[in-house]
Design a protein around this ligand. Structure first.
Ligand SMILES: Cc1ncc(COP(=O)(O)O)c(C=O)c1O
Length: 371
């Protein structure tokens, strides 16, 4: 990103001078890297936005209008829940598929909720509260059979769980830069399948077809107006490069192993409740990403978070994680949980350290309860 500012500080796609051309190359490289990572047939189908929230709003508002019907799930982040609740107040029909406490969506329930006016199914790929991975391929199939568009919120999976939009039949996929894509905050985007047309959220300068009064009708320009955050995109491109080099399957395997150790270790501590995916009712393991939510008996999540930070150097997020629906679903609303997130740089030593810390805190809480 520093090199980008020093050597490529022109406005991408706006001028013919070398700094502008270099900046355009940075954006192009980032677009190509993301396209490769998610299996997009053409990088022009990757539209950059400021974050996953903007990408989700672009997809949702770009498809739905009053009279249409949309289906979503009880495990959504507010970046899906709030735009949909707003549109509901404007005359869009909304069905929310309820899951059990493991957070796994039943694709049959999604299919059964479809109506003739259903335009969109919008759902998260993996929960940011408990890590449950959703059966997106099966939901995609149901959508395809009925001509319904399928939007996937991949904020919690892009970079740490395999995604192939073309093979899975996903029409729209939102991602954020600041999680497993190893990019900086303030980057993200939306994959748009060829043939899907969205109403832009904004219209304006694109550096292309400047003679026209109307927004260009081709991607990504149709949905990308104004100067892009190309310094951020330099970071995003570099981050995705690291992911591609490491290989998502390998990253996934490592993270899955660490997450299992963390979940099992927390479950073994007296006084700790771990939420989320366990075995499904057929005895199969429900896939999950490295996001683990727990509570400690007799201690508020905020106090657990404070002690973990101040006494053990463990940084976590406590509360509702911008996902009150998910907390209602798992039974932790309004108190919330303590959430630990594993990432590319997490190690077995980190897991052992946090397990030791929570073990000590649980022992202290038990002593306090006896007094
Ligand atoms: C599942 C999920 N969706 C959407 C978002 C929103 O992402 P962003 O902060 O990039 O808008 C997040 C971020 O925390 C998330 O976890």
């Amino acid at each position: 990103m520093v090199r980008c500012l020093r050597e490529a500080g022109g406005n991408p796609g706006r001028s013919g001078h070398r700094l502008s051309i270099e900046a355009a190359r940075v954006v192009f490289d980032a677009r190509e890297a993301v396209a490769r990572l998610i299996g997009a047939p053409d990088s022009r189908q990757v539209v950059f936005t400021g974050n996953a929230t903007e990408a989700l709003n672009l997809a949702i508002a770009g498809v739905l209008e009053p009279g249409a019907h949309v289906i979503t799930t009880s495990m959504e982040h507010n970046s899906v829940a709030r735009p949909l609740r707003y549109l509901e107040s404007q005359g869009v029909g909304l069905s929310v598929i309820q899951t059990g406490p493991a957070g796994r969506v039943d694709p049959g329930a999604v299919a059964r909720a479809m109506r003739p006016e259903t335009r969109l199914v919008a759902m998260t790929h993996a929960s940011n509260v408990i890590g449950t991975v959703q059966p997106v391929e099966e939901v995609a199939r149901a959508c395809r059979e009925r001509g319904v568009l399928f939007l996937v919120d991949a904020a919690q999976t892009a970079g740490c769980y395999p995604i192939d939009v073309a093979a899975a039949g996903i029409d729209l996929l939102a991602f954020t830069g600041h999680k497993s894509l190893l990019g900086p905050p303030g980057t993200g985007g939306l994959y748009v399948r060829e043939g899907v047309t969205l109403r832009p959220l904004e219209r304006g300068g694109t550096g292309s077809r400047s003679e026209l009064d109307m927004q260009p009708d081709f991607l990504p320009d149709q949905l990308e107006s104004g100067t892009p955050n190309f310094v951020g995109l330099a970071g995003l491109g570099a981050g995705v490069g690291v992911v591609l080099e490491g290989g998502v399957e390998a990253i996934r395997g490592r993270e899955e192993g660490l997450a299992r150790k963390l979940r099992d270790g927390l479950r073994a501590i007296d006084g700790v409740t771990v939420y989320g995916p366990d075995d499904d009712r057929h005895g199969r393991t429900v896939p999950e990403v490295g996001v683990v939510s727990f509570n400690l008996d007799g201690v508020e999540p905020s106090d657990v978070g404070y002690i973990l930070d101040s006494e053990y150097g463990v940084l976590c997020r406590v509360g509702l994680h911008c996902a009150p629906w998910a907390h209602r679903t798992i039974g932790t609303y309004p108190r919330g949980t303590v959430r630990l997130s594993l990432g590319f740089h997490s190690t077995a030593a980190d897991v052992a350290h946090v397990l030791g810390a929570v073990g000590e805190m649980a022992a202290e809480a038990r002593r306090g309860a006896k007094r």
